[in-house]
Each structure stands twice: as structure tokens, then as C-alpha cells.
Design a protein around this ligand. Structure first.
Ligand code: NCD
Length: 322
């Protein structure tokens, strides 16, 4: 396994490495972009073309949205997305689902609260998309500025999924079966002042837990900054360190499936993609903004409004003719 971390990580990188070593495999890789040839200006596609010839599968984290898709197109071996900017973090979702299932016994019917930075928090994006297939309802707790992205809200609406949004944690607390706390994602903010204003908006402490259900399950993908006071760690409802432990098992299972030892992988669903350089994705967080050799690519999304969705970051471009 090659572990390619262009962005900081403790849990994801080390749990993947631990998983592979426990399975009897071996690991190569780097843990910061500065120690790879990205620092010399090598394109992501070229790095992946090369490293995929050194390993049987790749695990990659990258700060740009859609980087995982670029890697999967350039690689000759399977690529696991270990986080692509503020977009998705699917293996954290496997970890989260395993934790919820092992604690609650069943996922269907649960009310799941997601609290904090729901705009840039990639773990929430992946978790919500996956939980929404499993019959849960959501309560999204965030300030206006950090609400779930429009594309995720549209997905929930199109699929008639149940959710409410509030600014007030106290209001939501008594109704929740699972509370998924998140860190405000400082590194994705355009303005440090905005970050400072919003960073301590939600702090879960023993007092706030008084109104919660006795079997509430408190999760956090970690790292925490200020969102959960240390006193909560001793509450039996705090499950975030157990969640980190589940990360090793979830990743062991995924590695076994990808190496063909365990069955269960589903075929990838393909979508019509239009490669074009006549229209470009304007999202500065998209991988296309830093990879000049990469052709822009869009999926037709809404014929009426002539909306196209970037194949990499899923940002919409409206009112255009291709
Ligand atoms: C998360 C991430 O990297 O998105 N951490 C993790 O992988 N466990 C959450 C975060 O950084 O806030």
C-alpha cells in the first residue's frame, strides 16, 4: 500500500497503515506534500502514474476537491480517497457507520445530529450521503455561514429525506440518538477573522448533555479543538475514541475487499462526462485550479437551467451552452 498524504493526518494515515500491517502487507509513502515531488512542481497525475507502479493500491489525501478522481484516472491500481479537500472522506464514513452499528445495533430510525462546520466538514458530507440510504433523519446544527452545501441540501430534497436545520444545539439535544460533532475547518476559510468568529460557536460540555437521551452516542472524527470539553470524555455516551479504534477495523475490511480477498465490491456507476476547455470550473478549491494539464469535465445536471456539474468538485456552472 502506498500512503500518499499531501495534507496533515494522524488517524486516517496511521489507521490505514496499521490496518495494512495487521493484514500482513507492507506500506510505503509520504506524510507531507513538501517531501514529495509536488514541491518541485510535479502534477498530481504524474505522481500517481509513477507511484501506482510501485504499489498494489494507493491511499491518498489531498487538499483539493476532486483530487481523488484525478488520481483514480491516472492510477493503474485502486485508489482510496482518504479526504479530498472539503468534499468527501468516505473511509471516515465506514468508520462512523461501524461505530454507530456496533453501539446502537441498528441504524434505521435513528435521529442523527451533525453539529459545527457542515460546509467544509468533508466527514459530514460523506456520512450524510451514506446514512441517507439507511433510513435516518437528520438535524443539522450550524451557524448560517457553515450550513450544509447547497448540493447536499438538493440531494436530500430530491430524495425526500427528512432533515431540519437549527442554530441551537440545546434545542436539538433531547431528540438525538447520535450527535456528530465537528471541528471548524480553519484551513478551508478564506478569512482568518471569520474563522475566529465562528470557531467556538458550539462547545459540548457536561451541562449540555443533561438534556440528552441516556443512550445518546457522541461521535467526533477528531481532531477536536474546542468542541468537546475533556469532562465529556468520562461520560459513557462519549464514543469518539472507540470510533477511532473502529477506523482500523473498517479499513482492514476495505483493504481485504480491494485486494480481492473478500468479495463485496460493487461496480462503479458511470455518468456521462463531457470533457471541455470551453467552459471551466471557477471553484478555487477544485483540483482543476492547480492542474493546468487537466481538461475540465462536466456532467449535464439540469437541462432546464442548462446547469453542468464539475466532474471533479461537483460545483455547478449554470446557464451555459456546451
Ligand atoms: C477529519 C478530516 O481529516 O477530515 N479527520 C479525520 O480524518 N479523522 C476531520 C477534521 O480534520 O476535522
Amino acid at each position: 500500500m502506498a500512503s500518499l498524504f499531501f495534507e496533515p493526518s494522524t488517524r486516517t494515515r496511521l489507521s490505514f497503515e496499521s490496518a495494512m500491517l495487521r493484514l500482513g502487507g507492507q506500506v510505503i509513502g509520504f506524510s507531507e506534500a513538501a517531501s514529495s515531488s509536488a514541491a518541485k512542481g510535479e502534477s498530481l497525475s504524474d505522481t500517481i502514474r509513477v507511484v501506482s507502479r510501485y504499489a498494489d493500491l494507493l491511499v491518498m489525501r489531498h487538499p483539493k476537491e476532486g483530487a481523488a478522481l484525478v488520481a483514480s484516472q491516472a492510477s493503474v491500481v485502486p485508489v482510496i480517497n482518504a479526504g479530498d479537500g472539503g468534499r468527501e472522506h468516505p473511509t471516515q464514513t465506514l468508520t462512523d457507520l461501524l461505530t454507530i452499528l456496533s453501539i446502537k445495533g441498528e441504524i434505521k430510525g435513528l435521529t442523527v445530529g451533525c453539529c459545527g462546520d457542515l460546509k467544509y466538514g468533508r466527514t459530514v458530507h460523506s456520512l450524510v450521503k451514506n446514512l441517507s440510504r439507511l433510513g435516518v433523519s437528520f438535524v443539522f446544527i450550524s451557524p448560517e455561514e457553515l450550513r450544509i452545501p447547497d448540493s447536499l441540501r438538493a440531494f436530500l430534497d430530491e430524495n425526500n429525506l427528512q432533515y431540519t436545520e437549527t442554530r441551537h444545539m440545546e434545542e436539538a439535544m433531547p431528540h438525538l440518538d447520535v450527535l456528530y460533532m465537528t471541528r471548524v475547518q480553519r484551513e478551508r476559510f478564506d478569512s482568518e477573522q471569520d474563522y475566529l468568529r465562528l470557531k467556538d460557536m458550539y462547545i459540548l460540555d457536561a451541562n449540555k448533555l443533561k438534556s440528552a437521551k441516556p443512550d445518546l452516542c457522541v461521535l467526533h472524527p477528531l481532531p477536536r479543538v474546542n468542541e468537546i470539553t475533556p469532562e465529556v470524555d468520562d461520560d459513557p455516551r462519549a464514543a469518539y475514541f472507540e470510533q477511532a479504534r473502529c477506523g482500523v477495523f473498517a479499513r482492514m475490511a476495505l483493504l481485504l475487499m480491494l485486494s480481492g480477498v473478500e468479495p463485496g465490491l460493487l461496480p462503479v456507476q458511470t455518468q456521462t462526462t463531457l470533457s471541455t476547455n470551453t467552459i471551466v470550473c471557477k471553484n478555487p478549491r477544485c483540483i482543476t485550479s492547480v492542474e493546468p494539464m487537466l481538461a475540465h469535465a462536466f456532467h449535464p445536471h439540469n437541462a432546464e437551467t442548462r446547469t453542468y456539474r464539475c466532474a471533479y468538485c461537483e460545483g455547478d456552472v449554470k446557464g451555459i451552452e456546451i
